[in-house]
Write a protein that binds this ligand. Structure first.
Ligand SMILES: NC(=O)c1ccc[n+]([C@@H]2O[C@H](COP(=O)([O-])OP(=O)(O)OC[C@H]3O[C@@H](n4cnc5c(N)ncnc54)[C@H](OP(=O)(O)O)[C@@H]3O)[C@@H](O)[C@H]2O)c1
Length: 260
């Protein structure tokens, strides 16, 4: 059993990583900016408390991210963490499937963070996952009260359950560093029209959906499903099962984490 630090351990994904690691008998540290929310208080942007949180751990899972300014703060955060992690045996970075295909600033910053991890000399694994159920739910929730919800219904997604991704991360970080792990996707690739239909059947909202035809490379990449990995339908929980579980409104598309 090891001692493992989870950055972002208070977030939508991170809280499940912490649970899985503890179930496996590991000693887990959680870094949070909010005193009392984790085991260690610190801020990856300033570096405060980071060296103390990392000192003496065997491995680090880096699942923290700041979606503000399109993830710009992630660059400094990842740099601060890597600087403190010289002595760790394994660092796992959580990334997103297909990011090099989307000229989208948050994804460009994720790609730059991946490169920093690769060039750091720290033994590492990068795991890319598809969009979380929570993210799709957050997007649909944001339009469900409109009389007519305008959606790019031909975009494709392969939503995955955060507990499923967390299970994979807990296995990987307790094993040898892989460099780049196989992509991790949800059980099915669905269009936004299909995802919205399931949502409407369960919640009777939004009442009407209209397709908005979006131009540009990002829209083309979503239509082509570049954000999916149909050869890796690893996740177990389907979108329909997630929606039927009536998830609480505990996540916003801006990435504001829910209270601990
Ligand atoms: N959302 C998706 O669909 C998706 C899909 C694939 C991969 N991912 C990746 O998965 C990872 C986790 O995403 P998520 O949706 O679970 O995130 P989230 O719920 O928005 O949580 C963000 C976490 O980052 C921490 N954090 C932010 N700024 C920090 C700072 N300056 N110092 C220390 N901690 C900081 C927050 O901790 P405190 O607020 O407690 O400080 C919080 O725990 C991200 O790398 C994301 O890119 C997301």
């Amino acid at each position: 059993m090891s001692e493992i630090l989870v950055t972002g351990g208070t977030g939508a994904l991170g809280r499940h990583i912490v649970d899985r690691l503890r179930e496996q008998g590991h000693k887990v540290r959680v870094l949070s900016r909010r005193a009392g929310a984790g085991t260690h208080t610190g801020d990856l942007s300033t570096g405060a408390g980071v060296a103390e949180a990392v000192a003496g751990v065997d491995a680090v899972v880096h699942a923290a991210s700041d979606f503000r300014k399109f993830g710009g703060p992630d660059l400094t955060q990842t740099e601060q963490l890597l600087r403190a992690s010289g002595g760790v045996a394994h660092l796992l970075y959580v990334s997103i499937v297909g990011i090099e295909k989307f000229p989208f600033r948050y994804y460009r910053n994720k790609l730059a963070c991946e490169r920093m991890v690769v060039n750091s000399g720290v033994p590492h694994t990068i795991l890319r996952a598809t969009q979380f159920h929570e993210l799709i739910a957050s997007a649909l929730r944001s339009v469900e009260r409109l009389p007519v919800a305008p959606l790019p219904t031909d975009f494709r997604f392969q939503p995955v359950a955060t507990p499923d991704v967390a299970r994979r991360i807990a296995e990987l970080v307790a094993s040898e560093p892989l460099g780049r792990a196989s992509d991790f996707g949800g059980p099915e690739v669905l269009t936004l029209a299909e995802l919205a239909q399931t949502w409407r059947a369960a919640r009777q909202r939004p009442r009407r959906v209209v397709r908005i035809p979006l131009p540009g490379r990002i829209a083309r990449a979503y239509r082509a499903g570049e954000n999916t990995c149909p050869d890796h339908t690893d996740g177990v929980l389907t979108w329909a099962e997630y929606v039927a579980s009536n998830p609480a409104n505990a996540y916003t598309i801006t990435g504001t984490p829910p209270p601990p």
